[in-house]
Design a binder for this molecule. Structure first.
Ligand SMILES: [Zn+2]
Length: 443
């Protein structure tokens, strides 16, 4: 059965026809079948079911290339003690305390909440990085269960690290490998896997070797935090006499199917390594600001030819927040207001798509025939003319995730005119609150 979204201001992200003032997008099953002027598409499919966009923006769904669903349960948590004064204290005082407490049910519910928020914000694909050291085995299956329920296109991995001992590191390796193989058997682009590592500074040479041996031949890339804070650099220099990117580059971790997240503390030589290896660099501006780790040299990395995308790192779900944050912090850091106009859009709409599509058989992040029907309708009333020439400015300064009215993922309508479909939000969020409270009570 074909469905057509009609009468939209369609922003396709397809270079052949980027903007259609009165456009329509038809899809059947999981796939887009036609994109064009409303009258033309309707003439092709006179009997199709229709969703009238009434002039609203119709776009590909947003992509988040670095997320931590489990971080949701930190919202309101209180471990007591004085506030962290360094990034290392943030990790030890909050994240590593929280993730050690997670049970498999916590993993499930901490993913359900932000996935529902993702649907509400028009985020149709997310690449997650998960840790629950005392509930490693089966954790990715529980996130996958949440993803199936809510319907968000997902790529999952487990953050292997040595910080809880060898047994848990070994479990993390097995969790990654088995999950990747499970996804390969399913061969469904709604669920894919990577091989996760927490960070250079929490992976010993021995664990890295074991992990890379286990991952050999399975064809999955790696997903790792790199040079997020100065602590990671100090550690790499002290133990390996190399900088962070240098160590990972030499080990063969970086490559076209891998994600190097943050890359805040990198030298020019390391930027060259990021660019030449083809690895995806993921910038998470709000998280970096919040952790006070510095500002990643995004403009320099892009100029050097690195593929730099954008993720929220669990700080938020709405990708338009990150779009604005990159725009502002890069200007702020450069002390030059004329920079960083095009790059944030390139990162969010082009590079995040390239990064994701490398990991899929099919294609998302674009409205054209053959691509997955990952489509959003955005109820944004433009106060100034919205045209092909001005749409980037409206997306930067006007559109927010909360404006999304309708979210379709893989051809499945997950939200229609703000109404979630087959998702009992009230019940799931009530259960999530109860689950979170029980975790907090164990502190
Ligand atoms: Zn992260």
């Amino acid at each position: 059965m074909t469905t057509i979204i009609t009468n939209g201001t369609v922003v396709t992200r397809d270079a052949d026809m980027p903007f259609i003032a009165d456009g329509a997008v038809a899809f059947d099953g999981t796939t887009i079948t036609a994109v064009g002027p409303t009258t033309e598409v309707l003439a092709h499919y006179p009997d199709a079911q229709r969703i009238n966009a009434n002039g609203r923006l119709v776009m590909p769904g947003f992509i988040n290339t670095h997320m931590h669903y489990y971080s949701t349960f930190a919202r309101g948590i209180n471990f007591g003690g004085r506030p962290a004064t360094t990034f290392g204290e943030v990790l030890r005082g909050l994240w590593w305390k929280l993730d050690r407490m997670l049970t498999l049910d916590d993993v499930y519910y901490s993913a359900v909440g932000p996935m529902i928020e993702a649907v509400r914000c028009g985020v149709t694909t997310a690449i997650d990085h998960h840790a629950s050291p005392f509930a490693v085995r089966g954790s990715l299956a529980r996130i996958a269960e949440a993803a199936r329920l809510v319907g968000v296109r997902s790529n999952l991995c487990y953050e292997v690290s040595d910080r809880d001992g060898e047994k848990i590191a070994t479990e993390g390796i097995a969790e990654n490998i088995e999950f990747v193989q499970h996804c390969q058997r399913l061969d469904d682009d709604m669920l894919r896997g990577l091989v996760g590592m927490h960070a250079q500074m929490t992976i010993s040479a021995r664990t890295l070797n074991k992990l890379m041996e286990a991952a050999e031949g399975i064809g999955a890339g790696y997903h790792i935090h790199c040079a997020e804070g100065i602590e990671d650099v100090v550690n790499a220099l002290a133990i390996y006499d190399k900088r962070v990117i240098e160590r990972l580059y030499d080990a063969g971790v970086l490559g076209e199917r891998s994600l190097a997240v943050h890359c805040v503390q990198v030298t020019n030589a390391e930027i060259e390594m990021l660019a030449s290896s083809g690895v995806a660099v993921i910038n998470a501006p709000e998280s970096n600001m919040s952790n006070a780790v510095g500002c990643a040299p995004v403009l320099k990395m892009l100029e050097a030819g690195a593929l730099v995308g954008m993720g929220t790192d669990g700080y938020c779900v709405d990708m338009t927040e990150s779009l604005r944050a990159v725009h502002a912090i890069q200007k702020h850091e450069a002390h030059v207001p004329s920079v960083a106009w095009g790059e944030p859009h390139q990162m969010l709409f082009e590079n995040n798509r390239t990064i994701t599509n490398r990991l899929l058989s099919g294609e998302t992040g674009v409205l054209r025939p053959g691509a997955y029907a990952d489509i959003i309708v955005v109820g944004y009333e433009a106060p100034t003319p919205l045209t092909e020439a001005t749409v980037a400015s409206h997306l930067l300064f006007g559109v927010a995730g909360r404006n999304v009215d309708t979210t379709i993922i893989n051809g499945r309508v997950r939200m229609l005119e703000r109404e979630l479909i087959d998702i009992d939000e009230q019940k799931l969020m009530a259960d999530s609150r109860q689950q979170a409270q029980a975790l907090w009570d164990r502190i």
